[in-house]
Design a protein around this ligand. Structure first.
Ligand SMILES: [Fe+2]
Ligand SMILES: [Fe+2]
Length: 201
């Protein structure tokens, strides 16, 4: 059997349960399940999607102080928005931690973890599957999650656009800073959906 991590899944789950609160742990299992399902529908690697979903929030327990310290350790250069809203850092740090704690070295998985919160330009299918699953897994209570879930079974790009735009609207309401990588991700998907030769919108 193919090994995507040096630590067996049961052991990863045990560690995550220790590190995360109950709600976050249940969310991780739910993202795992949804990501696996979407990978099956859209022809991505199911095992990778499942593992990415399981561990994507492995750095979510960190305080801002711990995040800054970890960023320094991993030589992650912080921009202004990451310094002011350090919550978003758990994605980038999570990609590093997944390697350190669980021995996951697959770039497809690690990149998806790193982009699951603010997105990035040139998102891969795996990135989108994790982003959408994290945003819309069935335990998410906000209105809009169900709509994204429904869209995701059909066209992952349309689901991704809906999720990212819902998130941007939320950030506007709260008057938070919006990361340029989020805008880049949104514009690229919109360009593909609306302005390319095989447009669907
Ligand atoms: Fe997260
Ligand atoms: Fe999450």
């Amino acid at each position: 059997m193919r090994m995507l991590s040096k630590v067996p899944e049961g052991e990863i789950k045990r560690k995550l349960k220790e590190m995360l609160n109950d709600r976050r742990y249940e969310h991780s299992l739910s993202v795992q399940c949804m990501a696996r399902g979407l990978a099956k529908i859209h022809g991505a690697d199911e095992e990778k999607a499942s593992l990415a979903g399981l561990v994507h929030d492995c750095a979510k327990w960190m305080s801002p102080f711990q995040s800054f310290r970890a960023a320094k350790r991993y030589r992650i250069n912080l921009d202004f928005i990451e310094r002011k809203q350090p919550g978003i850092l758990h994605a980038t740090i999570g990609g590093e931690l997944a390697f350190d704690l669980f021995g996951i070295d697959d770039p497809e998985i690690l990149n998806a973890i790193k982009s699951h919160t603010i997105g990035r330009s040139q998102m891969s299918l795996m990135d989108k599957i994790l982003y959408v699953s994290d945003y819309a897994e069935p335990l998410r209570e906000y209105t809009g999650a169900a709509k994204v879930r429904k869209l995701a079974d059909g066209n992952i790009d349309i689901a991704m656009l809906e999720a990212i735009e819902q998130k941007i609207r939320h950030l506007l309401t709260k008057r938070y800073l919006i990361h340029p990588r989020t805008i880049a991700a949104r514009n690229e998907i919109l360009r593909k959906l609306r302005f390319s030769s095989n447009r669907v919108m």
